[in-house]
Design a protein around this ligand. Structure first.
Ligand code: COI
Length: 352
C-alpha cells in the first residue's frame, strides 16, 4: 500500500471556525476533508485525503442495486489536557472486516485502517472542541463501484472515511416499543453485519412506531418473537435485581463496541453481568413486579440512552430513569476514561 497523499483544502476559512458547536443536528455537516482509496485488480490503491467533495459514480455501480455497502461508526475525543484520541479503533476495524466478509467485500488491513484514521483525525482535530459532550463522529464505509447490472459480487470498491461533529444522538430519554410483527434479522442472516440493508429494512417498522409516538422499536428474534435483540441504533441493556443483563450476541445482533466497553466497566465496578437470552415476558414481569428496572440503549452514537417508556403488547411501562440509576454511573465511568480522568487500563484510547 502506498503512502497516503494529502491534499488540503484551499479555503481560507476552515468549517470549524464558523461551526456552531452549541446547537447543531447530527450528521448534517461534514468536516473539511475525507479519506478515499479504491479497490482494483485485487488490492486497495491510491489512498489519499482530499477536501470534502461529492462523488461521481456510474448509475450502474453495483452498490445501487444489490446492496454491497458496509459502514462503521466510531468516535474521536479531546481530553481535558487537549490530547485527541480515537476510541477503540482496532475493535471497530475487526467488526468492519467481519461485516465485509459477510457481504463478500474485500477486507481492509489494520495498518491501512489505522493509518488513514490517524492522518484524517490529525487534520480534522480542530473539529473537536474542549467542551464536554461534543465529539467527532467518524464514518468509514465501503461501497461496490463496479459498473454492472448483472447480479454478482463486485470486483471494484471505494473506501471512504468521513467525519461529522456529534453531540447527543438522543437528547431526551427514549420511548420504544417491543416489535413482534416485523423482523430486522433472522439467525443465519446478516444482522450482525453493519451493512446498509439492515438499516433500510428497519425503516418500515420504525416509521410505524414513530407514527405512534415512539423513537425506536425493540426488535425480537425472527423465529419466536419472544426474545429481545437490539434497538436499531443501539444494543439493549437492563439493570435489574442488582445485575446488568444484556441479550447474548448472535448472528442477528450487532456486536456493539460500546456494549463491550460497558460490560467490561460494569465487571470492573463489581457488578454482576449476564449475557443471555432475555424475553419480553421476563421484562414485562420485572416491570410489573414493582422492582426497580433500568432499561437503556448503548451504542457509539447513542452512548448510553435511557429508555423512559417501553410498550409491550399495547401496554406502556416506565423503566427507572432517576438520577441515581446505575446506567449513569456506567456512563460516567466511560466518559472518565475517554476524557482522561481515570486510568485507561485496557488502552482503549488510541492517541493520534
Ligand atoms: C453508530 O452508533 O455508530 C450507529 O451506527 C448508529 C447510527 C448513527 C446509524
Amino acid at each position: 500500500m502506498n503512502t497516503i497523499k494529502i491534499e488540503k483544502t484551499e479555503s481560507k476559512e476552515s468549517g470549524w471556525e464558523t461551526f456552531n458547536f452549541k446547537s447543531f443536528q447530527f450528521g448534517e455537516t461534514p468536516t473539511d476533508h475525507f479519506f478515499l482509496a479504491e479497490f482494483k485488480n485485487g488490492k486497495w490503491v491510491n489512498p489519499r485525503i482530499e477536501p470534502f467533495h461529492s462523488l461521481t459514480i456510474s448509475p450502474f455501480a453495483l452498490c445501487f442495486h444489490y446492496g454491497q455497502t458496509v459502514f462503521e461508526g466510531m468516535k474521536a475525543f479531546r481530553q481535558d489536557d487537549g490530547k485527541v484520541h480515537i476510541f477503540r479503533p482496532k475493535k471497530h476495524h475487526k467488526r468492519f472486516n467481519r461485516s465485509l466478509e459477510r457481504m463478500c467485500m474485500p477486507e481492509i488491513e489494520e495498518e491501512l485502517f489505522l493509518n488513514a484514521l490517524e492522518k484524517l483525525i490529525q487534520l480534522e482535530q480542530h473539529w473537536i472542541p474542549k467542551e464536554e459532550g461534543v465529539s467527532l463522529y467518524i464514518r468509514p464505509f465501503i461501497i461496490a463501484t463496479e459498473p454492472r447490472l448483472g447480479v454478482k459480487i463486485a470486483n471494484e470498491y471505494l473506501f471512504c472515511i468521513t467525519c461529522t461533529p456529534m453531540g447527543l444522538y438522543y437528547p431526551k430519554p427514549v420511548r420504544v416499543k417491543v416489535e413482534t410483527d416485523y423482523v430486522r434479522a433472522a439467525e443465519g442472516g446478516a444482522g450482525y453485519a453493519k451493512c446498509g440493508g439492515n438499516y433500510g429494512a428497519a425503516f418500515f417498522a420504525t416509521k410505524k412506531a414513530n407514527e405512534q409516538g415512539f423513537d425506536q422499536v425493540i426488535w425480537t428474534d425472527a423465529k419466536t418473537h419472544e426474545f429481545i435483540e437490539e434497538s436499531g441504533t443501539m444494543n439493549l441493556m437492563l439493570f435489574m435485581d442488582n445485575k446488568l443483563v444484556t441479550p447474548k450476541l448472535s448472528s442477528s445482533i450487532l456486536d456493539g463496541v460500546t456494549r463491550s466497553s460497558i460490560l467490561q466497566i460494569a465487571k470492573d465496578l463489581g457488578i454482576q453481568v449476564e449475557e443471555r437470552p432475555v424475553s419480553w415476558k421476563e421484562l414485562k414481569e420485572q416491570l410489573e413486579s414493582g422492582n426497580r428496572v433500568e432499561l437503556f440503549g448503548v451504542g457509539t452514537a447513542a452512548v448510553i440512552s435511557p429508555i423512559s417508556c417501553v410498550q409491550i403488547q399495547e401496554v406502556d411501562y416506565f423503566p427507572y430513569i432517576e438520577n441515581d440509576a446505575v446506567m449513569y454511573r456506567l456512563k460516567k465511568e466511560l466518559d472518565n476514561i475517554r476524557r482522561g480522568r481515570t486510568t485507561d487500563k485496557y488502552h482503549w484510547n488510541h492517541f493520534i
